[in-house]
Design a protein around this ligand. Structure first.
Ligand code: SOE
Length: 380
């Protein structure tokens, strides 16, 4: 008999959909001890919440998150709203004794993140931040290869996250669909939205980052704000590039922009060690490129591992070898890992405390871009 895991999800946007889909799918494919129950959906627009509830099968609708977090028939609050709301909702949910799941990035900045970590730890509630790319099977495989020491001493880490959807100067900022361009809702631009993914994966694969030097640019300086209707200054970073030093002595280069014409969501990463390297690309997410210098020189070279066999991470739960899975499955994997961790009392990663490290790097990147100086990061 599966135990119910009664979810109150806040936000009916893109992430609300990915999380709802994951809750609905997880028991079809994974043997976990809990069964998600879509107990309530919350959005300040009642009609939107109602139509979302009908489509995804939520049992009830709320329009005020304050009410939702106090409901006794809810075990977990899942936060899928703009970044400026994460802090208050997470703290209220923790204080009400709820499990808290939060979309990335954890917060607007590390100071907010610290308060959120304190709240969930004081309340003793399970907590988790959704950095879904860790759970692409090819990335989880890369983690396994790194942890087994196959790459040898690490010299380099390289990551990009490139998009092109904000190039038009006519695109407004703010409002439901475009809050990512409005610093008041998002905190930062590509740093918190896209580089946060790259940083999370990097910390997971290669350990702490000790210092960064960054540059940012805002190419379109003013945009009409969808809420006020007025032309307002744009204060997010449209593009950001930074160099980093890892505590293990390796060097890194990270770049993100929403102005790379032709690229929609090109997340690429590569690690180079003394013995082997790997490379990965989100547009071809089921493949991992790997080159091992220990191979016989006659056949040495880059191989493309098709990550679909049943001994690959997560793949025994899906189809048969050779058949791929995609983006949405990464969210199913994180729900499965979270519920498994809950049953075993072994928290799935990243917890709020772990995700705070990414937030500190994001803050250091923004500070360095402002000052033009290297910024040190102290992790715990
Ligand atoms: C922005 O366009 C965005 O949707 C991010 O918010 C997501 O985190 C990323 O995975 C894809 O791009």
């Amino acid at each position: 008999m599966l135990k119910p895991f009664r979810v109150g999800l806040i936000g009916c946007g893109f992430m609300g959909r990915t999380h709802s889909n994951a809750y609905r799918r997880v028991n079809n494919f994974f043997d976990v001890q809990y069964e998600p129950v879509l107990q309530a959906i919350c959005d300040n627009d009642q009609a939107r919440a109602k139509s979302f509830a009908d489509r995804w099968g939520y049992l009830s609708v709320e329009t005020d998150w304050h009410k939702l977090v106090e409901r006794p028939d809810i075990d977990a609050i899942d936060i899928c709203v703009p970044n400026n709301l994460h802090h208050d909702i997470a703290i209220a949910a923790a204080n009400a004794g709820k499990i808290v799941l939060c979309e990335k990035p954890l917060a607007m900045n590390a100071a907010e993140g610290e308060e959120m970590v304190a709240a969930v730890e004081r309340a003793g509630v399970a907590n988790f931040v959704s950095y879904n790319y860790r759970r692409v099977p090819a990335i989880t495989l890369a983690k396994r290869l790194v942890d087994e020491g196959r790459l040898g001493r690490i010299f380099h880490y390289r990551a990009n996250f490139l998009q092109d959807w904000t190039i038009s100067a006519d695109l407004p900022q703010g409002g439901t669909a475009l809050w990512r361009i409005d610093a008041a809702s998002a905190g930062s631009g590509v740093t918190g939205d896209l580089l946060a993914h790259c940083i999370d994966t990097a910390l997971w694969l290669n350990g702490p980052i000790s210092s960064v030097t960054a540059m940012t640019e805002t190419f379109i300086k003013e945009r009409r704000h969808q809420v006020s209707g007025k032309v307002e200054k744009v204060t997010i970073d449209d593009a950001c590039a930074f160099l980093a030093r890892f505590a293990n002595g390796s060097l890194a280069i990270f770049e993100s922009t929403r102005y790379a014409r032709g690229h929609k969501a090109l997340y690429t990463l590569e690690m180079n060690g003394a013995d082997a390297s790997f490379a990965w690309d989100l547009h071809d997410l089921h493949r991992l490129s790997y080159c091992d210098h220990r191979d016989d020189s006659l056949v040495r070279g880059w191989r493309s591992i098709h990550v679909t066999d049943s001994d690959m991470p997560y793949m025994d739960k899906w189809w048969v070898p050779g058949l791929q899975i995609g983006y949405e499955h990464t969210f199913v994997h994180q729900v499965a890992d979270f519920l498994d961790g809950l049953a075993k009392n072994e928290p799935a990663s990243p917890t709020f405390r772990e995700a705070l490290e990414t937030q500190k790097v994001c803050d250091a990147v923004i500070a360095s871009a402002k000052s033009g100086q290297w910024v040190e990061i102290t992790s715990q």
